[in-house]
Design a protein around this ligand. Structure first.
Ligand code: SF4
Length: 499
């Protein structure tokens, strides 16, 4: 039997333990089983750091404690700074009950010390109170009198005009009451976590907590017994219903009881998965195709988002279009136009100017998932009212190529319950693939474009530009091929239209 001891915990380990004791145990005992954050998650972490540093300027002139100095040293330095009357400390560090917590901003207000926890989100969420609660527990336990606790987050209604207005960019929510209300639970929560850490690996089964509130980084380890074609692959089936099946012993789609209700779309997916049947409603597809008139434009946008706006009339996390690809088909002839912005410069005005010219002669403009492109166009019209009429004319000609797939007028097993173009393309046009592209998805395109701004002109920069152009070009070429394939499906055998 292991000797009972008070395991040291950090704030993030405490919140991890609240989500799942097994996750905390694995972190302490088998950390190698964790999956490393991917580029997208790492970018979100980096954004959090950037926003946290910017928020410090809400209380300028404070003292920064560097993480690299070590927790023990920073705890001593924090006490010394408080003792010498420091007004503001960034990353003030405390320890109590063998828990360490760093406070993003500790500020000496008129009524006592104020704690500020900075988040790069645009709203306060209930789970953030777990962070402020453990901070309060540690800081108060270390003998500091706390007057108020705030969550600082971005204000998504702020639109940049000139220099950044930090008091417009950030919103502060007073969360003192819910933070204090949670104090009574913390000693028991810590005791429960430490009891788990004293024992062997907990026999906790998978559950909804594997993804809520955060995607657990031990999922590949804990979920390895889930087979292919499992109930967890059924698109749009609510998590609680999936786990009701799972806890009842149903893992594979073929074990779903006959009385378990599924929507028509879910039944289509399950039947295609189990039998390989193809669902093709030629009547509906023909009706959809009849709404398309040549010359046809096939249009796709790429966008980037920034937590902290760089340009005039830009809001936090606003999707800014920086690139488009446009294939055009008329009388069997395929032509192509494209736009890619210059990193560091607002791409929106040149983007819309060129788009208006390039789409002028298209009678139908096909996009994939029209809500995305239409919303971006409406935002451009709001930003540049002089183009509003032309933008409206584009919107009026848009037809959504996703419709036949969303309606399951065409569905095969390879689409895995999805109507995303990334699943539709290999199912319909297997010879056209994103596999060999350096940039193969929108998230990577966004990160690559952001990275371009940090590279000086040269071979590497040109390579990334070409990769971006190639990726977006393939998106619209894929739409051409999908449209062509749909057309061929509705024609008698032998009458295929080919580009
Ligand atoms: S994957 Fe699920 S069960 Fe496994 S540690 Fe994470 S939250 Fe816990």
């Amino acid at each position: 039997m292991r000797k009972s001891r008070s395991f040291f915990l950090s704030k993030s380990q405490f919140t991890r333990g609240l989500q799942c004791h097994k996750s905390l145990w694995l972190l302490k005992n088998k950390p190698d089983l964790r999956v490393e954050p991917d580029a997208s998650l790492q970018a979100r972490f980096d954004t959090g750091t950037e926003v946290g540093i910017l928020a410090q300027q809400l209380f300028p002139g404070g003292v920064t404690l560097e993480y690299s100095s070590g927790i023990s040293k920073n705890i001593v330095t924090t006490q010394d700074l408080i003792g010498s009357g420091a007004q503001t400390i960034y990353e003030a560090t405390f320890r109590h009950d063998n828990v360490a917590a760093m406070v993003d901003i500790l500020h000496r207000g008129q009524e006592g010390c104020e704690l500020y926890e900075v988040k790069s989100t645009t709203a306060t969420k209930d789970i953030f109170i777990n962070d402020t609660a453990i901070q309060y527990y540690v800081v108060a336990g270390a003998g500091i009198s706390i007057s108020r606790v705030f969550l600082v987050h971005l204000n998504n209604s702020y639109s940049r005009k000139g220099d950044l207005d930090l008091h417009g960019l950030f919103t502060m929510d007073d969360v003192t009451a819910p933070t204090v209300n949670r104090q009574a639970d913390i000693p028991q929560q810590l005791a429960d976590m430490r009891r788990t850490l004293e024992g062997d690996e907990p026999g906790i089964d998978i559950g909804p907590y594997c993804t809520v509130p955060y995607e657990c980084d031990f999922k590949p380890y804990c979920w390895q017994h889930i087979p292919e074609s499992s109930i967890f692959d059924i698109a749009n089936l609510r998590s609680n219903r999936k786990f009701a099946l799972y806890y009842g012993g149903v893992l594979h789609m073929h074990d779903i009881p006959p009385d378990f209700s599924l929507s028509d779309n879910m039944q289509t997916q399950v039947e295609a998965e189990l039998t390989g049947r193809e669902f093709i409603n030629t009547c509906n597809i023909r009706e959809f195709l009849s709404t398309i008139t040549e010359p046809v434009g096939f249009l796709d946008f790429e966008t980037f988002m920034e937590a902290v706006p760089s340009f005039e009339q830009q809001r936090p996390y606003q999707q800014i279009p920086f690139q488009y690809s446009l294939h055009r088909v008329e009388n069997g002839k395929l032509t192509h136009q494209e736009f890619l912005g210059e990193p560091g410069r607002d791409p929106r005005r040149p983007f819309i100017e060129k788009l208006l010219a390039d789409t002028k002669n298209c009678r139908t403009i096909l996009v994939y998932n029209q809500a995305f492109e239409i919303t971006r166009l409406q935002e451009l019209a709001a930003c540049f009212p002089e183009f509003a009429e032309g933008v409206e004319a584009i919107i009026a000609r848009i037809v959504d190529l996703m419709v036949p797939f969303r309606n399951k007028d065409f569905y095969v097993k390879a689409m895995c319950g999805s109507h995303s173009i990334k699943y539709v393309l290999p199912a319909l046009v297997p010879d056209l693939s994103y596999d060999n592209l350096a940039i193969a998805d929108g998230e990577t395109a966004m990160l690559s474009y952001a990275g371009l701004g940090k590279i000086n002109a040269g071979t590497e920069k040109e390579k990334i530009r070409q990769d971006l152009l190639e990726y977006c070009r393939l998106d619209t070429l894929a739409m051409v091929r999908i449209w062509e394939k749909l057309t061929s499906l509705t024609q008698p055998r032998g009458q295929l239209s080919l580009f």
